[in-house]
Design a protein around this ligand. Structure first.
Ligand code: BG6
Length: 483
């Protein structure tokens, strides 16, 4: 790969994530020799001005890992060109800068521009057979708009050249989940409806929507988080073992899971889904406004969603997956909880039949990265009747203290940028996956429209509307509250 072009190179995603990721890759000597990195955006500025901004952005993220040497190597690769990316004419000088080698273009711009940009790229010679394009989510806001954009992309690039990013797949713990499931013999025999009671996936954020509301209002939590990040996590938990780590082997298995998701019907929506919207409250000790106040007027956009998902296949029949995500929740916490069933018969008295006493695996993505397993142990002592207590064992880098120190926590985009540059699409979303996910999510949003399901208010700083707890309680379960 000769060049990486960052369309939207001066924007928030590029400055906060992409360029710091490239710095860390440079720091670790992982960028391909000779790779040029070209920022391309509307703003009329010189390469020197752009590079100065990049340096500030990178320094603020380097966090104890600043190296003048790494920076000067990155700086030597950087360049900038002011372009109108939707015009082939304006992209010609960019093509000249790229030269004859292969180019990967990252579209870190509004998805409403994707179709126009790829069309212009094709005309300007930036969509040749060796070139690649990386698309940031969300591509479209429903199946129809996804197809319209993706058809334009498909006119310019073949599927193997298209890298649809879901940054959750770049998170270290998510990949560790794949390692844990398929690199060990002890979990897979239990990974089914005989041993697992249910699965919970929580993506909680303390941040509000703030000035992102013009984007967010069109999408809501269902399309912003559930259609992509949360369904991807669900797929990795639920998929069958792929035959190898080849991109298509993995993605074939993920698509099968999405195809097996039971559609949410109009009748189900009230019982199996919860929409919420935050009103003012206190988060991290600070008073924060409600969504409607941030937006300046009332809206029916959900900032919280909880949903019960059933997977209609042999492995998961009867095992509900409970998904919830929201803004302005009490903690930034992302976790997958695999709740195993209690032992079939307890010889230790009734307590050991409780769900609390059953094994539980917690795959924590944020704030810490860790995978832990709760197992029952004997409480030390001479009690006449043997007492049990749950012990949490860490199965990953987080705890342990033996061996090497845990590696630096990487930005998810580091892995994904590197994979895109190397042409490995295993951790990227294939077209049919995205289509099936949209189809299922469209069913949910249609059920909300048909059933006039409006978001319920929840106070900022709480775990969403009470109805989200009821969703679990109705089935005799509750959301994980343990750390
Ligand atoms: C983005 C969403 O894709 O993911 C944001 O658009 C959300 O609304 C973000 O805040 C969360 O990412 P992370 O990695 O901080 O959990």
């Amino acid at each position: 790969m000769t060049a990486l072009v960052l369309f939207g190179g001066g924007g928030d995603l590029a400055m906060r994530m992409l360029l710091p990721s490239l710095y860390f890759l440079e720091h670790d000597g992982l960028l391909p020799d000779g790779l040029k990195i070209i920022g391309a955006a509307r703003s009329e500025e010189t390469p020197e001005e752009y590079i100065a901004k990049v340096r500030t952005a990178v320094e603020s993220k380097a966090d104890g890992h600043w190296s003048d040497d790494a920076w000067s190597r990155l700086e030597a690769r950087l360049d900038y060109l002011a372009v109108d990316a939707t015009s082939a004419e304006s992209l010609k000088p960019l093509k000249d800068k790229v030269g004859d080698g292969a180019c990967t273009s990252f579209l870190a711009v509004s998805p409403s521009l994707y179709a126009k940009i790829v069309t212009a790229m094709r005309a300007a010679g930036l969509a040749e057979p060796e070139d690649r394009v990386v698309l940031e989510k969300p591509v479209g806001r429903d199946l129809e708009s996804f197809r319209a954009i993706d058809d334009a992309v498909a006119d310019a690039f073949s599927e193997h050249q298209v890298f649809r990013i879901d940054h959750y797949l770049g998170k270290e713990t998510v990949q560790n989940l794949i390692a844990l499931r398929f690199g060990n013999v002890i979990f897979e025999p239990l990974w089914n409806n005989l041993s697992i009671d249910h699965v919970q996936i929580t993506v909680g954020e303390t941040v509000g929507v703030g000035d992102r509301w013009p984007y967010y209002d069109e999408y809501g939590a269902l399309r912003d988080m559930l259609q992509n990040h949360m369904l991807q996590l669900l797929c990795l938990v639920a998929m069958e073992p792929p035959s190898d780590l080849d991109p298509d082997s993995v993605r074939n298995e993920k698509v099968k899971v999405i195809r097996s998701l039971r559609p949410i019907t109009d009748e189900d929506a009230e019982r199996t889904t919860v929409r919420g919207q935050y009103v003012s409250g206190t988060v991290d000790g600070k008073r924060v406004p409600g969504y409607d106040e941030e937006r300046g007027s009332d809206s029916d956009t959900e900032t919280f969603v909880a949903i019960r998902v059933d997977i209609d296949n042999w492995r998961w029949a009867g095992v509900p997956f409970f998904l919830r995500t929201g803004k302005r929740l009490p903690e930034k916490r992302t976790e997958i909880v695999i709740q195993f069933k209690p032992v079939p018969h307890s010889i230790f008295g009734q307590d050991a039949r409780d769900e609390d006493a059953a094994n539980r695996m917690i795959i924590e993505l944020q704030p810490e990265e860790d995978i832990s397993l709760t197992v029952m142990n004997k409480k030390p002592g001479l009690d006449q009747r043997m007492q049990l207590q749950p012990i949490k064992m860490s199965l990953s880098w987080g705890v342990g203290g033996k061996g090497d120190a845990p590696p630096r926590r990487r930005i998810a985009y580091e892995r994904l940028l590197l994979d895109a540059l190397n042409g490995d699409s295993t951790l990227f979303v294939r077209r049919d996956e995205a289509e099936k996910a949209w189809e299922w999510v469209d069913g949910v949003s249609q059920a909300w429209v048909d059933g006039n399901v409006k978001p319920l208010p929840y106070r900022a700083g709480t775990w969403g509307p009470d109805a989200a707890d009821m969703l679990m309680a109705r089935t005799g379960r509750d959301w994980n509250t343990s750390d």
